[in-house]
Structures are given as structure tokens and as C-alpha cells.
Design a binder for this molecule. Structure first.
Ligand SMILES: *[C@@H]1O[C@H](CO)[C@@H](O)[C@H](O)[C@H]1NC(C)=O
Length: 298
């Protein structure tokens, strides 16, 4: 039993262009996140818990895009779109796992920022190595059982009709659409997971940032106010793009919609955030820039 990942088969004349574009994007993601991972490991100035956290986050971004992009590049490059059931299930499971972790880590990052700005006295209490390791480990492991159950449930459904997945990777809803059995339980599980891993972290982040904004607006110096405001709004923009596209995709009540928009939305949460996150969380950071300069000068 096999599926066919249609990907972008509806625009045949753009296959090589898309291949080049996504290859460049993939290389940029690997290089930027890899560099951040590397310098936070080797630079002695970047050994505080926050950098431990950001290193793990960069590592996660690499895992997250690697769950979907290489396969998509292969399909675009070879024009062979078959994918075995096992490969499809594996891809879905890893995508869900890394995606869920991504949501949780983004929530933790927002919380750290909130503590640093609004509650600095508590900072050493909350942002120390032990708590950081616990939070990171928790974010990685908490979703494992749920995501495995979710994937297992979907792939134990009978598939009898078409085997064409109109998407560029094995996402939940496009695969569920092909199942012939009753998908009610699966849909409930999708909503539950989306609420827990997407909606709750999103509201948490919005809450943290609204408190941060309140503090920023009270800053007396206009220049620091403008600077803090631009940092926070860039974070918020990426967060809203990531969570917004995921919420529209997974929490929309009916699954009947144009596949074109579905694919576009998925590009937001699969590719856009891993590109922007290293830029906004690290490359705007003075210590990281310094470490980068040192590394390049060596
Ligand atoms: C990130 O954290 C998780 C959970 O603690 C761990 O399994 C993983 O190896 C870490 N990754 C890196 C590269 O430090």
C-alpha cells in the first residue's frame, strides 16, 4: 500500500523553480540554526541557561524542517511522488512531535522574556540551569505518547479510495481525508491536541507579551522604548504567523476548503518560523553577534 504525495503537481512548469527555492531555504535554515547551535556550545560568553535553551531550540528547528523539507525536495527533484505507508506514518509522527515541542518551547521562551522584563527579581529563581533542563526535557517528551497514539490511530483506519494526498507532506488532515472509516474519534483527538499544543501556548504567549508591552510603554526613555517595542513586535509577528496558520489549519471546524490555501498555510508553520526564529531570537542579540564576530575572525 502506497500513497502519492501530490505536492505542487498542479503547477508543473514551476517544479525546478520550487526545487531551487526550497533548497536554498533549507540550506539557510540549516546554516543559521547550525551556527547558533555551534557558537552557543563553544563560546564561553554564551553559557548562561538562556543560551542552553536557544541552542536546543535551534537544534529543534533543524529537526522540525528535516521532517518535511528533504522529502519534498526529493519529490520535486525526481518527480516521483510515491511514499510508502510506513514512511508517511513516520513523517507524520516526527512532524507532530517536533511541531508540538516547538509550540511548547516558544511558550517557555515567552515566559522567560516575561520574567526577565516584568519580574527581574525572580529571574535567577526561574531561569537557572536545572529549571531550564527540566523545561526543555518536558517540552520534548510530553507530546511523545499523544503523537504516537494519534499517528497510530490514523494509520489503523482503512484506506480504500484514492491514495493521492494533495499536500507536500503527510499532514494529519490530508491523510484523514482519504480514510474510509469513521474518523470522528480521530478528529476529536486532532482538536484536543491542537487545543493543548497550539491554542494554550498561543494564549500563554499573547498573555506574556501583553504584560511585557505594558512595561515597555511605561519606559521613560523614548529610544529604549522604541527598541524594546521593535524587538517584541518582531517576536509577536512570527508567533502570530506560526500559531495563526496552525490554528486555522487544525482548529477549523470543517475540513472542506481549497487545497491551495491549505498548502500555503502549511508553508507558514513548517518553513517560515525556522527561518525567522534564529534571526529574531539570536541575531538581534548583542552577545551572539559578538560571539559570531569572534568565530569569524578566528
Ligand atoms: C535538547 O533537549 C532534549 C531534551 O532534554 C534532548 O533530548 C536533546 O538531546 C537536546 N538537544 C541538544 C542538541 O542539546
Amino acid at each position: 500500500m502506497e500513497f502519492i504525495l501530490l505536492g505542487f503537481a498542479d503547477i508543473p512548469h514551476l517544479q525546478w523553480f520550487l526545487f531551487g527555492l526550497f533548497l536554498i531555504i533549507y540550506i539557510i535554515i540549516l546554516m543559521s540554526n547550525g551556527t547558533i547551535f555551534l557558537i552557543t556550545k563553544i563560546d564561553p560568553a554564551l553559557q548562561s541557561p538562556v543560551y542552553f535553551f536557544l541552542a536546543n531550540f535551534s537544534f529543534l528547528e533543524i529537526c522540525f524542517v528535516t521532517a518535511t523539507l528533504p522529502r519534498m525536495l526529493m519529490n520535486l527533484g525526481t518527480q516521483r511522488r510515491r511514499i510508502s505507508l510506513v514512511a508517511c506514518a513516520t513523517q507524520m509522527c516526527f512532524f507532530l512531535l517536533f511541531g508540538g515541542t516547538e509550540c511548547l518551547l516558544l511558550a517557555v521562551l515567552a515566559y522567560y522574556r516575561y520574567v526577565a522584563i516584568c519580574n527581574p527579581l525572580n529571574y535567577p529563581l526561574v531561569v537557572n540551569r536545572r529549571v531550564c533542563i527540566q523545561l526543555v526535557t518536558g517540552s520534548w517528551t510530553i507530546g511523545i505518547p499523544l503523537m504516537i497514539v494519534q499517528t497510530y490511530q490514523i494509520f489503523s483506519l482503512p484506506f480504500c479510495g484514492s491514495n493521492q494526498i494533495d499536500h507536500f507532506f503527510c499532514d494529519i488532515l490530508p491523510v484523514l481525508k482519504l480514510a474510509c472509516g469513521d474518523t470522528f474519534v480521530n478528529m476529536m483527538l486532532v482538536y484536543t491536541i491542537a487545543l493543548l499544543f497550539v491554542m494554550v501556548p498561543f494564549l500563554w504567549i499573547l498573555g506574556s507579551y501583553s504584560k511585557i508591552m505594558c512595561i515597555i510603554l511605561k519606559l521613560s526613555s523614548a529610544t529604549s522604548r522604541a527598541k524594546a517595542f521593535s524587538t517584541c513586535s518582531s517576536h509577536l509577528m512570527v508567533v502570530v504567523l506560526f500559531f495563526g496558520s496552525a490554528i486555522i489549519t487544525y482548529l477549523r471546524p470543517n475540513t472542506r476548503h481549497s487545497e491551495g490555501t491549505g498548502k500555503m498555510l502549511s508553508l507558514f508553520y513548517t518553513i517560515l518560523t525556522p527561518i525567522f526564529n534564529p534571526m529574531i531570537y539570536c541575531l538581534r542579540n548583542k552577545d551572539v553577534i559578538m560571539a559570531l564576530r569572534k568565530l569569524l575572525c578566528k
